[in-house]
Design a protein around this ligand. Sequence first.
Ligand SMILES: Nc1ncnc2c1ncn2[C@@H]1O[C@H](COP(=O)(O)OP(=O)(O)O)[C@@H](O)[C@H]1O
Ligand SMILES: [Mg+2]
Length: 256
Amino acid sequence: MSLLEISNLTKSFGGILAVNEVSFSVNNGEIIAVIGPNGAGKTTLFNLMTGIYQPTGGQVLFNGNNIIGMSAHRIAGLGIARTFQNLQIFNNMTVLENVMVGRHTKSKTGLLGAIFPISRVQREEREIVEKAMKKLTLVGLANKAMVGADNLPYGRQKMLEISRAIALEPELLLLDEPAAGLNSTETRKLVKIIYKLRDQGVTIILVEHDMETVMEIADRLVVLNFGNKLAEGTPVEIQNNQEVIAAYLGEEDLVC
Ligand SMILES: Nc1ncnc2c1ncn2[C@@H]1O[C@H](COP(=O)(O)OP(=O)(O)O)[C@@H](O)[C@H]1O
Ligand SMILES: [Mg+2]
């Protein structure tokens, strides 16, 4: 059974078919890239998979369960975490607190902590801090834990967002343009982080425009164009796919 099975997924906004009858599946441990020009429906696809939007039609099976209709919170609890194309960092919190916000949805006591014996709450809080620090270490931000998140440069804020997403200990991690705005050194770091996560058993779907990076790290690619799936295949297959080349890969200025 595939970890994720998307069938005929469709989302229209008024007259616009942002995602049109898209189907593909993702196996455990894969790194999948979703590529396509601006407006192709990539972010909408992520929003449908995370309960932010409800589809007009189609189905998303995660571990065999249809997650359509579930709240974003429930889907996160089932093991799908994400980052956003537009950074969503809490600027008035420290780096550590930003990661702990992610962790708290996993916490058993949560807001009901007040009714549990204080020791249990404290123990859980300490565990949350320890786990958050581990995630910060993974993305190279442990030494910035107490810094205000707004004091981090953009590239590091993007790493912070990844560490918050993985604090949920997801089975599936969705990264929406993780390399956008990163310099080449930061992009290399990002690639290493993605490989580390994969080695830890996390399955990854990334939307990315940096073709060099995508072709290097993706096991398979899904190409979207005007909401439709144009092609699916390995990097070599996609690079040689005439339809994809005609749509945009062959263009000298690959703006997507
Ligand atoms: N909330 C929304 N309301 C109306 N139209 C939307 C909304 N979200 C996305 N769209 C439209 O859906 C299409 C796909 O957008 P999007 O998924 O953001 O593309 P991509 O991430 O591939 O650039 C675009 O035409 C966009 O304008
Ligand atoms: Mg997008």
